[in-house]
Design a binder for this molecule. Structure first.
Ligand SMILES: Cc1ncc(COP(=O)(O)O)c(C=O)c1O
Length: 299
């Protein structure tokens, strides 16, 4: 097996998007291999015992890990500038995994009131039933986030820009407020993708993705991911390997192909959106544009 060397810090996102994480087998395949297998074989019973106990690294069972999924995780981690990434079956399962990995009955979340509808339902109905409560505050008002903090607050959850209102949160300001009280900050980076915004560089602890959206970018598969430091993603991994909403190898392979064109697509989409917004703004029958996002890639 040969692996792309990620130790060089000077790789640009275009290179990372096609190379990071790739691990070639002895066959020297050009495209990443698709490992369609539910489990893995061992050289001996002793090796199996070591793999199951975690004493030896390696694949055991696809609910835990799969080489194609690992390649996707490493590629997305490289793009987000994260130490680690854990892939999930969907964006919703990524959000669920963050909360259930780090919070328990009695804990409290502060979240923006403009979150994607299913996330609001997850927090206010499903998680509320487990004793994890949420206060929703305006995304754009850091003072409201500070005022909502309780002794039991463990997580700030924001989605910026929000879906569908495209409200923007000040990630750095919210992170300063949260960290002063030992609260984790998770950012749903689904809309911007790491091409336009890297929340970890702005101080966030965890980044959540619905890979179903721009990471795939071609409407083919569902997927999700959680990126961040290993000390935080490890808990997410433990939740996933037990509860089971892991990414399938096939979807990971499709997402690897999606990432290869991510920068080109996001740049084209941003240019098209800016052109459309400018046209609408100048149109005599349009009084006001609610949201005018002219975004320029930052990396
Ligand atoms: C911002 C945001 N987060 C999360 C999700 C959920 O992702 P998935 O559909 O992959 O579960 C969506 C889906 O539209 C979304 O727009």
């Amino acid at each position: 097996m040969s692996k792309f060397d990620l130790t060089r810090a000077d790789y640009c996102p275009e290179t990372l998007a096609v190379r990071a994480g790739q691990e070639r087998s002895q066959f020297g395949e050009h495209s990443e291999a698709l490992y369609l297998t539910s489990s893995f074989v061992f050289k001996s019973a002793a090796q199996a015992a070591k793999r199951f106990s975690g004493e030896e690294e390696g694949n055991v069972y696809a609910r835990f890990s799969n080489p194609t999924v690992t390649m996707f995780e490493e590629r997305l981690a490289a793009l987000e500038g994260a130490e680690d990434c854990v892939a999930t079956a969907s964006g919703m399962s990524a959000i669920m995994a963050v909360v259930l990995a780090h919070l328990k009955n009695g804990d409290h979340i502060v979240a923006s009131n403009g979150l994607f509808g299913a996330t609001v339902q997850l927090f206010s109905n499903i998680l509320a039933r487990t004793g994890i409560s949420t206060t929703f505050v305006p995304q754009t008002d850091p003072a409201a986030w500070a005022a909502a903090i309780r002794p039991e607050t463990k997580l700030f959850f924001l989605e910026t820009p929000s879906n569908p209102l495209t409200e923007i949160a000040d990630i750095s300001a919210l992170t300063v407020i949260a960290h002063a009280k030992g609260i984790l900050v998770a950012v749903d980076n689904c809309f911007c993708t790491p091409i336009l915004q890297r929340p970890l560089e702005l101080g966030a602890d965890l980044v959540v993705h619905s890979a179903t959206k721009f990471l795939d970018g071609q409407g083919r598969v569902l997927g999700g991911a959680v990126c961040g430091p290993k000390k935080l993603t490890e808990e997410v991994f433990k939740y996933l390997r037990t509860a089971g909403p892991t990414l399938s190898a096939f979807n990971a392979w499709v997402l690897l192909k999606g990432l290869e064109t991510l920068k080109l697509r996001v740049e084209a989409q941003s240019a098209n959106a800016a052109q459309l917004a400018a046209w609408l703004e100048a149109h005599p029958k349009v009084a006001r544009l609610l949201s005018w996002l002219a975004v320029t890639p930052t990396i």
